[in-house]
Design a protein around this ligand. Structure first.
Ligand SMILES: Nc1ncnc2c1ncn2[C@@H]1O[C@H](COP(=O)(O)OP(=O)(O)OP(=O)(O)O)[C@@H](O)[C@H]1O
Ligand SMILES: [Mg+2]
Length: 367
């Protein structure tokens, strides 16, 4: 039985100028029971719109949203077994933490004993046991965010919709909350649909990620698959850093392909999905490009370039390498403690190589 299903959803907004914005443009998505699914995409791509349509705060123009095979058309938000945690979590400032968390239960008339027990449980879940009698202003930003979470969890929704709930927190707090939220999701067994435009956050937390751009789902897959096998150039560039070379397969030997690129001589890649004559985009992650040793022993598949800049970021040295035809490749070179002669000056000629297995190929669009 399908759990939460969005099928061919369309949603357009009218602009004041009389135009139309297609916030959702044929979105289909199956959310599985108990999973942590993230909607990842740039600002304005339709993430909040999709969440609002699932929650029932907005209607789709066409298509269908169903839960456990029942259409949600016409079902008002408060009748859906979902709850939403918004970015601006606005706690009631004059109510205690316990009363903030219990608010939804009071509204639905849950008996006092049961209500207090559930509030306690919810506060415990988010690591705030014993904070019930405080006021919101006596908590840190991260703690307040957890109260907002407890306020939703206490209602025991089947699906929790979270719209950028961590974006107001500083980096350290955010990283802690990412782990906590993920653990929490596992322990309560509630399905999470989580919205973010932060790719690291999405990779760290999700069972699956739906990458969204221009109102369309570009790829829906597990984080490692999104990173290792991006479906198209948008995903390759939005999730992590990619070096992309366009080319044509000129020879094939088993799974080993030789590709002629515009800015380079021939390079190699392995793939069983492409053959001679295919136009492809070769995607190489910065950590897969290595500096070839000078002199003899230069590996077969390498790319010539000239260093434009070298940037030390702590764990890595990032090299920006001009690889011809106006393109720059980014190389992440691991930094080891004490390596100080490593900073490579601008203007140095280098050869970059990679294992053909590390290259990912995408079909070139329009070819
Ligand atoms: N009520 C509305 N009226 C008109 N246009 C809207 C309305 N709500 C959203 N839009 C437009 O629809 C598109 C999608 O908006 P949405 O809020 O879903 O984006 P988002 O992915 O959540 O972006 P962000 O990361 O900035 O929150 C945008 O172009 C936005 O301007
Ligand atoms: Mg939004």
């Amino acid at each position: 039985m399908s759990f939460l299903k969005i099928a061919s959803a369309h949603k357009a907004y009218k602009t004041p100028e009389g135009g139309l914005i297609h916030a959702l443009d044929d979105v289909s998505l199956d959310v599985r029971n108990n999973e942590f699914l993230t909607l990842l995409g740039p600002s304005g791509c339709g993430k909040t719109t999709l969440l609002k349509c699932i929650a029932g705060f907005e209607d789709i123009d066409s298509g269908e949203i169903s839960f456990e095979e029942q259409s949600l058309k016409g079902v008002p938000a408060h009748r859906r077994p979902f709850n939403t945690v918004f970015q601006s979590y606005a706690l009631f400032p004059h109510l205690s933490i316990a009363n903030n968390v219990g608010y939804g239960l009071d509204v639905t008339g849950v008996a006092k004993g049961e209500r207090n027990k559930r509030v306690e449980e919810a506060l415990e879940l988010v690591g705030l046991a014993g904070f019930g009698s405080r006021e919101p202003k006596q908590l840190s930003g991260g703690q307040q965010q957890r109260v907002a979470l407890a306020r939703s969890l206490v209602l025991k929704p089947r699906v929790l919709l979270l719209d950028e709930p961590l974006s107001a927190l500083d980096r350290k707090m955010r990283e802690n909350m990412q782990i906590e939220l993920k653990n929490l999701q596992h322990s309560v067994g509630i399905t999470f649909v989580f919205v973010t435009h932060d790719q690291e956050e999405a990779l760290a937390m999700s069972d699956r990620i739906a990458v969204v751009a221009n109102g369309k789902v570009q790829q829906l897959a597990a984080p490692t698959e999104i990173y290792d096998e991006p479906a198209n150039e948008f995903v390759a560039n939005f999730v992590g850093t990619s070096n992309i070379f366009s080319g044509k397969v000129v020879a094939k030997d088993g799974a080993l392909l030789t590709i002629e690129t515009a800015n380079q001589r021939q390079v190699l890649a392995t793939s069983d999905r492409f053959g001679r004559g295919d136009h492809v985009e070769l995607v190489l992650r910065p950590e897969h490009l290595k500096l070839a040793p000078s002199g003899n022993g230069i590996p077969e598949s390498c790319i010539d370039g000239t260093v434009e800049a070298s940037v030390f970021v702590g764990s890595d040295l990032h090299l920006h390498v001009d690889v011809g035809k106006g393109r720059t490749a980014i190389v992440h070179h691991r930094h080891n403690r004490g390596d100080d002669g490593e900073r490579i000056e601008a203007g140095t000629s280098v050869k970059l190589y990679y294992s053909p297995n590390a290259a990912h190929l995408i079909k070139a669009i329009g070819r």
